[in-house]
Design a protein around this ligand. Structure first.
Ligand SMILES: CC(C)(COP(=O)(O)OP(=O)(O)OC[C@H]1O[C@@H](n2cnc3c(N)ncnc32)[C@H](O)[C@@H]1OP(=O)(O)O)[C@@H](O)C(=O)NCCC(=O)NCCS
Length: 215
């Protein structure tokens, strides 16, 4: 699954001043030597890369008890595709996509669910998160019936075609469905070429159960 894309000298392929500006790269800062975007399966992540990604996620999500990145969050992020951006070998941005079954109005949909999206605090607002999420979004488009994620940062994803689910949310458990009202309005979806026609964003949506945050 490994694939490498290198960008020289900026994080955009044509390297033009305008494109670098649009990607948020400071024209006055010395340009990085090499920005590399990699697609890796979880077993392809080296132990060093895993440690570096976890450290970056911890720093990006901070220490607040509600927001911090937990071991459950990492478990949710593994087993699928990771997109990793590094600058001169230092990992600065990451997101992953794992397969889940979301049900919309009772209909199961094979969903690419996005987890562990972050950019190192010192490198935020330079376009790197967008580069990573563009790659993830393209992958979901190619492989899944739907994309899904949970976020409070709606604007970041709306720019890439994601839309807020407006219907009521719940989780499917062995003892039946349970409403997750705190997650209503927090879930975003991405339509793909294989999304069923007529998908209605105001109808009920549910996810499979897992330990930690279910959405
Ligand atoms: C959210 C995050 C991944 C964005 O990464 P980034 O590399 O800074 O993003 P970019 O520079 O590519 O983003 C540029 C655009 O996203 C917007 N954006 C960035 N962070 C945002 C946030 N937290 N909420 C809403 N919009 C955001 C910017 O305003 C900008 O939009 P514009 O082009 O319309 O001005 C990064 O801020 C981060 O790691 N945050 C902490 C962890 C987190 O909240 N992760 C997402 C949880 S679902």
């Amino acid at each position: 699954m490994t694939s490498d894309r290198r960008f020289r000298p900026g994080p955009v392929e044509d390297g033009s001043r305008a494109a670098r500006h649009n990607a948020g790269v400071d024209e006055h800062r010395s340009l990085p030597e090499a920005i590399r975007l990699r697609r890796l399966s979880t077993p392809e992540l080296s132990p060093e890369a895993t440690v570096a990604i976890r450290a970056m996620l911890d720093a990006a999500f901070g220490n607040d008890e509600e927001e911090r990145f937990t071991d459950h969050d990492w478990e949710h992020a593994i087993g699928g595709l990771h997109v990793v951006l590094d600058i001169d070998g230092t990992i600065v941005s990451h997101a992953s996509v794992v397969e889940r079954i979301l049900e919309v109005d009772g209909r199961p949909l094979r969903t690419g669910y996005v987890e562990a999206v972050a950019t190192a605090p010192a490198e935020q607002a330079r376009g790197y998160g967008t580069l990573v999420m563009r790659e993830i979004t393209a992958d979901i488009h190619a492989r899944f019936e739907l994309g899904g994620l949970g976020t409070g940062s709606h604007h970041f994803y709306e720019r890439l075609g994601w839309r807020t689910w407006r219907g009521p949310s719940s989780v499917r458990t062995p003892d039946g469905d349970h409403r997750t009202p705190d997650d209503d309005g927090y879930i975003m979806v991405l339509r793909t070429p294989s999304t069923p026609a007529g998908l209605d964003e105001t109808t009920p949506i549910s996810c499979d159960w897992r330990a930690g945050d279910v959405w």
